[in-house]
Design a protein around this ligand. Structure first.
Ligand code: NAG
Ligand code: NAG
Length: 384
């Protein structure tokens, strides 16, 4: 297990580990970009009250916050666990800005630009390929624009960014989700997402390079999850899939997991390329894929048992998922104990699964807590 853990995160740049250094003294803030895996309230705040997203309704939020916050889970997300582990407050949604300033909280300890439903590529690009976003037209480019508007409002924006831990994603998952979710066969969406992966990764890379130009020094870039294990796709592709297309160890769909691995490989190649150009920046790849794979491979060990491929909240079906009546609609019911499920609503994870994923990431990157962006370190190769 220990060896597998070490593979979760590859530190692309090296650092002399200051293991005795105190954790929370290092970063002064957390800045986040992404989609529903990281949104702590932006989409909810963007929508008018008569058109709230499902994540604004119960039972979302029931485990931890005890009310919906706009997080797409029953409780905390990976970003929340990372913030907690750094001794920081939860990262505030940017869209709530005015209110935060009024309440005196401000963004001094962090700001979150992630929007549920957001894609990496902009919506016109995707629409030209016949891909329509039913949730929001906001993409990573809009989030970067918000950030560029926000930065000059600070007394020293560059310094703020230098001392921040930047979370870039997960982003890009929705660029693939929309063509896959509405698929009526397998071959078309398969070749479509395959062709989207290079521009998606390229766009993420460009955004990272812009942030580096603005002063970012430490950027954590998560890969995609094993999407072949998600109830949404196990349901969607059930009728198009033969038995030999499932991984016998997990019951997950191989071609979708292979696609996640493909995206993740491109992303790592891109990070390696950028790292070479900017040796003094800490680019960290977070291996979401293997962090989640742990509980798909050994569900009993994590308390998920034979429920690991079923959603906690839904209306039934073999994976308790139905695209026409999802969690947050009136028909859907919630399981009694979400911590016994990995999947919350068929697309997103439960707080318990996010906690395990965050734990895996933090365990394998102790330096996420010890890297101090203000201290420049010699470059080398970090050996596990
Ligand atoms: C996105 O933009 C298109 C125009 O390109 C518009 O028709 C659509 O309603 C917008 N969708 C959302 C969810 O805002
Ligand atoms: C989803 O719900 C619809 C309408 O109730 C039903 O016709 C369909 O069979 C359900 N799908 C699954 C996979 O259960």
């Amino acid at each position: 297990m220990a060896i597998a853990h070490r593979m979760f995160l590859i530190l692309l740049t090296s650092s002399i580990l200051l293991s005795s250094k105190k954790a929370s003294g290092c970063y002064e803030s957390v800045i986040s970009f992404g989609d529903s895996l990281a949104d702590t309230g932006n989409l909810l705040l963007l929508r008018p009250p008569n058109n709230l997203p499902r994540c604004a309704r119960p039972p979302y939020g029931r485990t931890f916050f005890h009310h919906p916050t706009g997080r797409s889970s029953d409780g905390r997300l990976v970003i929340d666990f990372i913030a907690e582990s750094l001794g920081m407050p939860f990262v505030q949604p940017y869209v709530g800005g005015e209110n935060e300033i009024l309440s005196g909280v401000g963004f001094g300890k962090g700001v979150n630009f992630a929007v549920a439903g957001a894609t990496a590529l902009d919506h016109q690009f995707l629409e030209r390929r016949g891909i329509y976003n039913p949730m929001t037209n906001l993409s990573l480019g809009n989030q970067l624009d918000w950030f560029k508007q926000f930065l000059p409002t600070l007394p020293d924006g560059r310094k703020f960014l230098e001392k921040a831990l930047v979370l870039m994603g997960e982003i890009g998952g929705n660029d693939y989700n929309y063509p896959l979710e509405f698929a009526t066969n397998k071959e078309e969406p398969q070749s479509l997402v395959q062709s989207l992966a290079p521009p998606v990764v390229n766009y993420i890379g460009q955004t990272i390079e812009e942030l580096i130009k603005l002063g970012a020094k430490t950027i954590l870039v998560p890969g995609n999850f094993p999407i072949g294990c998600l109830p949404v796709y196990l349901t969607q592709f059930k009728t198009f899939s033969s038995e030999d297309e499932y991984d016998p160890r997990t019951g997950c769909l191989n071609w979708l997991n292979d696609f996640s691995k493909y995206h993740n490989q491109l992303l790592q190649n891109e990070l390696t390329r950028i790292q070479k150009l900017h040796p003094h920046v800490n680019l960290l790849y977070a291996d979401n894929y293997n962090a989640a794979m742990r509980f798909y491979l050994s569900p009993n060990e994590f308390g998920f048992g034979n429920r690991v491929l079923r959603a906690c909240c839904g209306v039934g079906g073999p994976y308790n998922f139905n695209l026409s009546a999802m969690c947050g609609t009136k028909q859907a019911t919630c399981c009694e104990d979400p911590s016994m499920f990995a999947s919350w609503d068929g697309i997103h994870f439960t707080e318990e699964a996010y906690r395990l994923i965050a734990q895996a990431l933090l365990d394998t990157i102790p330096h996420i807590r010890t890297i101090c962006p203000s201290i420049s370190r010699p470059v080398g190769v970090y050996e596990y």
